[in-house]
Design a protein around this ligand. Structure first.
Ligand SMILES: [Cu+2]
Length: 127
């Protein structure tokens, strides 16, 4: 089993949250696939998606209530969980991840928003 290292740093710039998290199991440095995520009530704004390589999620809370995005999966017996801060209406967050191949749940961890429909999946194919 390859070692999975996770690095996370949070930067706060002029009301915009940026998170850069990297789970590295390969030495690749491909440009990330950019995915726009518009969260509203009660839609994650992300359809079930399959990607290959690193992804950059440009996340915006386009709704009225606070929302966040959590990405969660279990790969090779390791739990992986990455979250944005809770975003109020209009706030944005950028999440750049290079995840090991596997299937990840993407959902809003605020209140019962997941039950109300704010959930999706992200499948990462082997590179
Ligand atoms: Cu929510």
């Amino acid at each position: 089993m390859k070692q999975i290292r996770m690095l996370a740093a949070v930067a706060l710039i002029a009301g915009t949250f940026a998170i850069h998290a990297e789970a590295q199991s390969h030495g690749t440095h491909a440009a990330p696939q950019v995915i726009e995520v518009k969260m509203t009530e009660w839609d994650m704004g992300l359809k079930n998606l399959t990607v290959k390589g690193p992804v950059q999620l440009n996340i915006v809370n386009d709704g009225k209530f606070p929302h966040a995005l959590t990405l969660e999966g279990k790969v090779g017996g390791k739990e992986i969980e990455i979250s944005t801060p809770v975003l109020t209406a209009g706030q944005k967050s950028v999440l750049v991840v290079n995840l090991p191949a596997g299937k990840y749940e993407v959902y809003c961890p605020v209140g019962n928003h997941e039950e109300r429909g704010m959930k999706s999946t992200l499948t990462v194919k082997d590179q």
